[in-house]
Design a protein around this ligand. Structure first.
Ligand code: SAM
Length: 236
């Protein structure tokens, strides 16, 4: 059994509570950003939009774990559709921001938020219980392949029907290298981006008996994501 280096997590956690927090809050927000960040913002928005297209419009009665929820870009629209969302992130600052975002939406009354969204500061490997759907977007890029696969296996064990996740595909290695440089300018020592081979990521989940229902690639100059949607066979 491969034990993941503990450091990766600590580094990522510190990054998203530190310099990474402002950077990503800006990218995921609506304020002014530079061209590279605007490009990443647009790519990420397409990822979110695609996941929302894949999911039913009415999510009432559906439990969803949004792990590594960031500022809540996906959590909030899911709750709007009626889902019961468990939004968790390893970074306290991110969870606080996601909460603030929820509160700042006028049609979201705080009572509604309490009913629909459970915000938690937690490592995704600490996810317990089961959820109809588990979603993990743009998180695995922070972990080496073996660790990412272990994380996926855990997430699959918590999903009763559906597992949706994204990763940065290794096939676009050179372009992605460029991205790595621009994702973390001046902070490359603080964190790294890991690229993952698509077939391996798919196999990790199909080996557990799941079916790949759909997949797509979302590409822009500085943003690359492979988005996969798995279902348990009895639900396909
Ligand atoms: N999923 C969100 C989205 O797409 O808008 C945020 C993506 S952001 C690039 C990555 C997020 O994953 C950060 O908020 C980070 O704190 C979180 N994260 C990284 N490692 C994590 C882990 N082991 N458990 C939970 N969250 C994690």
């Amino acid at each position: 059994k491969n034990t993941p280096p503990v450091d990766d997590k600590l580094v990522v956690k510190n990054y998203f509570n530190g310099t990474g927090f402002n950077r990503w809050r800006n990218i995921y927000g609506t304020g002014e950003v530079n061209q590279v960040q605007a490009d990443i913002r647009a790519g990420h928005q397409r990822t979110i939009a695609t996941v929302l297209e894949w999911l039913p419009l009415d999510l009432n009665g559906i439990t969803i774990a949004d792990v590594g929820c960031g500022t809540g870009s996906l959590t909030l629209p899911l709750a709007h559709r009626g889902a019961q969302v468990r939004a968790s992130d390893i970074s306290l600052k991110m969870v606080q921001e996601a909460k603030n975002q929820a509160l700042s939406q006028r049609d979201f009354q705080s009572q509604f938020i309490d009913q629909k969204i459970e915000f938690l500061v937690a490592d995704l490997e600490e996810l317990r219980g089961t959820y109809h759907t588990v979603i993990c977007l743009d998180v695995l890029i922070h972990y080496p392949a073996q660790h990412a696969q272990k994380m996926l296996q855990h997430l699959a064990s918590c999903a009763t029907h559906r597992l949706i996740f994204s990763f940065a595909p290794k096939t676009l290695f050179y372009s992605a290298l460029k991205k790595v440089g621009s994702l973390f300018p001046g902070a490359s020592k603080a964190t790294r981006a890991y690229l993952h081979p698509g077939p391996q990521m798919t196999q990790t989940i199909t080996a557990l008996g799941w079916n790949l229902r759909q997949c797509t690639q979302i590409k822009s100059r500085f943003y690359f994501a492979c988005l996969l949607d798995f279902v348990r066979p009895n639900d396909s």
